[in-house]
Every structure is written in C-alpha cells, then in structure tokens.
Design a protein around this ligand. Structure first.
Ligand code: ADP
Ligand code: ADP
Length: 221
C-alpha cells in the first residue's frame, strides 16, 4: 500500500543542515496497522509527513498503491492526499469556531460534494466514532478523547485507504487513549484501513501488527 524506497530527508537552513532521515526502506502492506517508535527528534514526524505526501523527501520515492509520487506537482500531491489519506494529529487540529459536524465535513468541501452528501457522510463518520450525540457541539465543549474522535471522523469521512496518526493518544489519559485505540483497531479490522501510527506508548504499539523503531533517522533492525 505504501512503499518507501531509499528515503532521505535533509533540512537545510542558512546555518545548519540536519539529516532527519537516512536510507529508509519500508513496505506497509494493505491492511497493516504499523507503529513507529523512537526518541524525540529521531525523525518520526518527518517520516509520517513524507508518507502522507505533506512533505517531500530529499531523495527516494514514496509509492502509494504502487504508484510513484516522485514526479507529482503540489496540486497533484494535494489531490492524491485528499483521495487516499486521512491524518490524525496529537493536538487534534479542529477548528474551534465550527461545530463538530462542520469540522467533519471540511475534507468533503475540497471534493465538491453536495451539502446533503456532506451532511450524510459526516453524520455517518461521527456515528462510527460514537459521537452521534455531539453533532452540534463546538470542540471546546468536548473532552480530549471526544475531540480526537471528531478528528478521526474527519480523517475517515472521505473513506481513505490509509490513516496516518501522529501520536493520536499523546494528549489523552490511558482510558481515553484506549478508547481512541479501540476505534483505530476497529477501522483497521473491519474496514481494512491501512494505519501507520507514531507513538511513545509501548502499550499502544503492542496492540498493532508491527513496530518499527527509528533512531537518529534510521530504522533500527
Ligand atoms: P520526531 O518526530 O521523532 O520528534 P522530527 O521528525 O520532528 O522528529 O525531527 C527529526 C529531526 O529533524 C530533528 O533533529 C528536528 O530538529 C529536525 N527537523 C524537523 N523539522 C525540521 C524543519 N522544518 N527544519 C529543520 N529541521 C527540522
Ligand atoms: P504537536 O502535537 O507537537 O503540535 P502535531 O501532531 O500537531 O504536533 O503535528 C505533527 C506534524 O504535522 C508537524 O510536523 C506539523 O508541522 C504537521 N502538521 C500539523 N498539522 C498539519 C496540517 N493541518 N497540515 C499539514 N501539516 C500539519
């Protein structure tokens, strides 16, 4: 589903050069739930952003469903991302002055879905994360776990084949974290969604199919 071929990432500024990733080769088969762990600064977010086509590698190719993304321009990358990939972040990234339902509808605006379709799909996505009773709330009226469930609904509303999650349980206590993990595991198992999750939590990682460890931008064998 996702293939990383000899990925390197170097961040350059006027004064410093940081090799964030070196020679990463990784194959994530369709339907896998993969965890990525490693110390702070080892390149986890960079790797996830490159997998999600939010950032481009300095060298190497990211293949999604066996299609190279190397030659795509920004517009094509955005299109690809919107069609295939849902993102979840540690800090939710919800829009506070939009109601829950409107937050979840956002990715569909880009697809030019009709208002009725947007509402129906967003309502279905929110039902999948157990939030049918919070459609008209604003994010600030929700707990952290509920906010992350809204973010999951927003990630899945377009029915992506891939979900990329950057420390989705990082701001949650263990009960809420486990609830969020239960939802991700359910999506993976029942809808076959391929999931890659960065986490600091060994217990969460243990619930997934496979764990890849990074150290200093390289995969630990
Ligand atoms: P992690 O997610 O594991 O904490 P990151 O992928 O955020 O690690 O960062 C990997 C390395 O790249 C770190 O040394 C970090 O300082 C550096 N880095 C990340 N983003 C940038 C950037 N935009 N510009 C320069 N250096 C960066
Ligand atoms: P933190 O919890 O430290 O704020 P996040 O999990 O929010 O970090 O973000 C992880 C990475 O994803 C960062 O490198 C950030 O630049 C990137 N990112 C966050 N939100 C978006 C977004 N809406 N679009 C693109 N990139 C994003």
């Amino acid at each position: 589903m996702i293939t990383l071929q000899s990925i390197e990432k170097v961040y350059r500024t006027d004064t410093v050069e940081t090799q964030a990733l070196s020679k990463i080769n990784l194959e994530v088969p369709k339907g896998e739930f993969l965890s990525i762990m490693g110390p702070s600064g080892c390149g986890k977010s960079t790797l996830l952003n490159i997998m999600g086509l939010l950032d481009v590698p300095s060298r190497g190719d990211v293949r999604i469903s066996n299609e190279s993304t190397q030659k795509l321009n920004d517009k094509q990358l955005a299109h690809f991302r919107n069609r295939h990939i849902g993102f979840i972040f540690q800090s939710y990234h919800l829009i506070n002055d939009l109601r829950v339902l409107d937050n979840v509808e956002l990715p569909l605006l880009y697809r030019k879905a009709t208002a009725a379709d947007r509402k129906r799909l967003a309502t279905e996505a929110l039902a999948k994360v157990g939030l049918s009773n919070r459609l008209k709330h604003f994010p600030n009226q929700l707990s952290g776990g509920q906010k992350q469930r809204v973010a999951i609904a927003r990630a899945i509303v377009g029915l992506p084949q891939i979900i990329l999650a950057d420390e989705p349980t990082g701001n949650l206590d263990s009960a809420m974290g486990n609830e969020v993990m239960d939802i991700l595991l359910h999506l993976n198992k029942n809808e076959g969604t391929t999931i890659v999750m960065v986490t600091h939590d060994e217990q969460m990682a243990r619930r997934t199919h496979r764990l890849v460890r990074l150290f200093d931008g390289a995969q630990v064998q």
